[in-house]
Design a protein around this ligand. Structure first.
Ligand SMILES: *Cc1c(COP(=O)(O)O)cnc(C)c1O
Length: 462
């Protein structure tokens, strides 16, 4: 049995979990029309739907909330947050927002419009949506290694530099509004990006004069992977690696609900405090989010976020965090169960296409596996595959995802090793039963954008 790195924290407050039967779970699924987002949280035993905002805050964060400054404009908590972001990222301007997609909504329309493109090492679902809402289109340049879940490589999240350059030459540099580097690469399975790859991406952006934005939700997990896997960085601190990454970009958008270990919050950073578009950022923020010194958050939220930025960079915490994923990955290896390997930073991405090779992408293997796992052990996961990808905005046709994953995203500081062991037993039972599952699901209703959050599904009958 692989070693489990012990938790670098202890429990001060608990929340009881309801126990359910298989029959009850089958009924809940039917009621939710097989959409995991439409299940009630209380009907879930271990919830790995997302690691976004599901984190447990520390005593230091809770106590910092008591000194939140609730001034409408120019509150102390805002200036303390600005200082923390200067210290950690080296960026002169920081716009707080209520979550990551708000940063995207504020920033994207400044650089993107009908007729131009954004290129990423892979877009997260809301990022893709905001590129398209701005009128632009998405192009992807992901390391081809990410497509083979069984291939072990240290930086499967990297930008494919040759593909990036081909996209730029094909469409014309003047038609590329922005390049987005997602760290870690969520859609590729929480896989890291190397500092070397970031340097090469930045050099291309500089050569063609294209704006470079970091989608930074999991910047700390990425930095820890770099420390562990990139020999040139092994003696750097996680904070130094973070600085080096951010120095190479122009802006970042961040969901603070991930590595910053809060329940709500986001950031938009600009390296150059004199950049003319800062005025537009502030104006968009005032229209959509609130005045620019609070950006849709309360003063106490800003305090918890500032403390969380530092706690998220703690190397003992990150060693445990990545150690948990490694423990689960190693146990899955022992059982011969396929997942995006090596394990990513924020969870396990089971390779549903290998569970159910006979189920086509348009019957959503990742969704099938999510349903089976919930029935088996009350574990909530979600599809990161064709169901999430949705339809092509121009042709309306179902997009075929590069991978069909079912994601277990692990909330920070919430569950213990015995929860993970129960989850692993559940996965094993579903794996052993895989050949008895003959068909997938079809969509009976869907909204036009980000459909996976709301769509209704029904089993495809024989
Ligand atoms: C979560 C996430 C977002 C969006 O952030 P929200 O806080 O959910 O709005 C954007 N990009 C990545 C990579 C994410 O993981």
């Amino acid at each position: 049995m692989p070693r489990f790195i012990p938790e670098p924290y202890r429990i001060k407050m608990v929340e009881p979990i309801k126990m359910t039967t298989r029959k009850e779970r089958e009924d809940y699924l039917k009621e939710a029309e097989y959409n995991m987002f439409r299940l009630r949280g209380e009907d879930v035993y271990v919830d790995t739907l997302t690691d976004s905002g599901t984190n447990a805050m520390s005593d230091a964060q809770w106590s910092a909330m008591m000194i939140g400054d609730e001034a409408y404009a120019g509150g102390k908590s805002y200036y303390k947050l600005l200082d923390a972001c200067r210290d950690i990222f080296g960026y002169e301007f920081t716009q707080p927002v209520h979550q990551g997609r708000a940063a995207e909504k504020v920033l994207m329309p400044i650089f993107l419009h009908k007729g131009n493109y954004a290129i990423a090492n892979l877009f997260f679902d809301t990022t893709r949506a905001h590129v398209e809402i701005a009128g632009a289109r998405c192009l992807e340049a992901c390391n081809p290694e990410a497509q083979d879940s069984q291939l072990r490589a240290p930086f499967k999240g990297n930008m494919d530099i040759a593909q990036l350059e081909r996209h730029i030459l094909d469409r014309g540099a003047e038609n590329i509004g922005m390049v987005v580097m997602t760290i870690t690469n969520n859609s590729a399975g929480g896989q890291p990006v190397s500092l070397q790859n970031m340097r090469e991406t930045a050099a291309i952006c500089k050569k063609f004069k294209i704006h470079l934005n970091i989608d930074a939700a999991r910047f700390a997990e990425n930095a820890m992977f770099v420390k562990q896997r990139e020999p040139a960085c092994k003696d750097m601190s996680v904070k130094e690696i973070t600085r080096a990454f951010f120095a190479l970009a122009d802006t970042y958008t961040m969901s603070a609900k991930k590595d910053t270990i809060v329940n709500m919050g986001g950031l938009l950073g600009v390296k150059d405090g004199k950049a003319p578009y800062i005025l537009k950022i502030k104006a968009n923020c005032i229209s959509y989010e609130g005045f620019y010194t609070y950006g849709g958050l309360t003063g106490r939220d800003l305090e918890a976020l500032r403390v969380g930025l530092y706690e998220g960079l703690d190397e003992n915490w990150l060693r445990y965090r990545l150690g948990t994923m490694d423990y689960m990955g190693t146990r899955l290896d022992e059982m011969g169960i396929p997942y995006q390997s090596p394990a990513g930073g924020h969870g396990i991405f089971l390779d549903a296409a290998r569970f159910y090779p006979h189920i086509p992408y348009y019957e959503f293997p990742g969704q099938v596996l999510a349903v089976e796992l919930y029935k088996e052990c009350g574990l909530r996961t979600c599809d990161i595959g064709s169901f999430m990808m949705g339809n092509d905005p121009d042709t309306g046709e179902q997009i075929k995802s590069l991978n069909e994953f079912t994601r277990l995203a692990i909330a920070r500081r919430v569950y213990t090793q015995s929860h993970y062991d129960m989850v692993l037993d559940g996965i094993k039972a579903v794996w052993d039963n895989r050949n008895n599952i003959k068909h997938g699901y079809r969509i009976t209703w869907e909204p036009p954008i980000l459909r996976h959050f709301q769509a209704s599904l029904a089993p495809v009958d024989a």
